[in-house]
Design a protein around this ligand. Structure first.
Ligand code: PEP
Ligand code: MN
Length: 377
């Protein structure tokens, strides 16, 4: 079951021109209440606003309530609102993304999959092969990433390949293997959905649906995922600005699915030494702009396994909520992305390093020391 453990609740309160489904993305002004403001203060402000004909999209966080104002706000007296008891501040939301905006929801979103919490204090690592290839490969890689401390198994069954002649994935057979391996090792599963027609299938097998970089602007797909029953991990497009990326997240949020994880996976720049340029600075930028969790994918971000480890370290130090890492039990024989896939022993070492980095910035990582479990390198 998916629970937003911030306990945030949203609801609409209609004014004169009543429309209970007023779209929150039209909000341009928000009223932020003081921490712990009593309901009577919130109600007083709400009554004033409703009396003046605006509709309200209310978000109750664990400590603060935020009222999003929808409609014509020109006749409202800002200083009067700010003088009401319990009002912390009145903020104009000038950014085009609203539901993804941290101004709208000051507390970070935490996505909970049973005991796995993405966006909380703990850094969460998702790891596994680029593609599911066969039973032996999926099971031995899943065992290796579990031993090293990953909480989520990654693996593609539908692969977006640059060449139509490259391996395209095993389809449902691949999903079945991944699901069985994930269950065997008590791992959650993330896998890519490439097309609207695959959503039902992916929802059946995976715990998180991945939208690949090439599909970040597939608005038909994003709209449909707004109605999905599973969280969505949205990768940054190959040439997307942060604002375009957050607007893509907005499509999913606006459809009603509030469980969106962002993933920085490198962008195309003039630099051609590596496959992509992992934009580490996007992590603190997104953290400031949005309440959504963000993870980093240094595998696609660099394309070279010797660069994955240092960039993974940097991403955690920069405040990422987790990592998405390609690991393969036999990368030299991988059917996709072998050059960027870590050997299990390298992944093991990376996890050991993150165990040192995370506490230095006030994060935790729940990994037992490798030696205690006798994991041979
Ligand atoms: C992947 O995760 O294997 C993948 C295809 O990623 P991206 O969409 O970032 O290229
Ligand atoms: Mn890949």
């Amino acid at each position: 079951m998916i629970v937003d453990t911030t306990q945030s609740q949203t609801r609409h309160i209609s004014g004169a021109a009543a429309d209970p489904d007023a779209p929150a993305w039209r909000t341009t002004v928000i009223v932020v209440m003081e921490e712990g403001a009593p309901e009577s203060h919130i109600e007083h402000v709400t009554e004033y606003l409703v009396r003046n004909g605006v509709k309200i999209h209310r978000v109750d966080g664990t400590t603060r309530t935020v009222l999003g104002l929808i409609g014509d706000v020109t006749s409202l007296d800002r200083s009067l609102i700010e003088s009401f008891d319990g009002v912390y501040e009145v903020v104009k939301v000038s950014e085009p993304f609203k539901l993804a905006n941290r101004k709208f929801k000051p507390e970070g979103t935490v996505i909970q999959l049973d005991e796995v919490r993405i966006g909380g204090d703990e850094v969460i690592v998702m790891a596994g092969p680029c593609s599911a290839e066969n039973e032996e490969q999926v099971f031995s890689t899943a065992a290796a990433v579990k031993r090293a401390g990953a909480k989520i198994l990654r693996g593609g069954a539908f692969k977006p390949r640059s060449s139509p002649y490259s391996f395209q994935g095993l389809g449902e057979a691949g999903l079945r293997l991944l699901r069985t391996a994930a269950n065997e090792h008590n791992l959650k599963l993330i896998s890519e959905v490439m097309d609207v027609s695959q959503i039902d299938l992916l929802e059946k097998y995976a715990d998180i649906l991945q939208v690949g970089a090439r599909n970040m602007q597939n608005y038909t797909l994003l709209r449909e995922l707004g109605h999905a029953s599973k969280p969505v991990l949205l990768k940054r497009g190959i040439s997307a600005t942060i604002e375009e990326w957050l607007l893509s997240a907005e499509y999913i949020l606006a459809g009603g699915n509030r469980d969106v994880i962002l993933c920085e996976r490198g962008i195309r720049t003039f630099e051609s030494y590596l496959r992509n340029t992992l934009d580490i600075s996007a992590i603190p930028v997104v953290k400031k702009l949005s309440h959504l969790p963000i993870v980093a994918d240094p595998s696609h971000g660099t394309g070279r396994r010797d660069k994955v480890v240092p960039m993974a370290r940097a991403a955690i130090a920069a405040g990422a909520d987790g990592l998405l890492i390609e690991v393969h039990c036999d990368p030299d024989r991988a059917l996709s992305d072998g050059a960027q896939s870590l050997y299990p022993a390298q992944f093991d070492e990376l996890m050991a390093e993150i165990r040192n980095i995370a506490p230095a910035i006030g994060r935790s990582i729940c990994v037992e020391p490798v030696a205690r479990r006798g994991w041979a390198r």
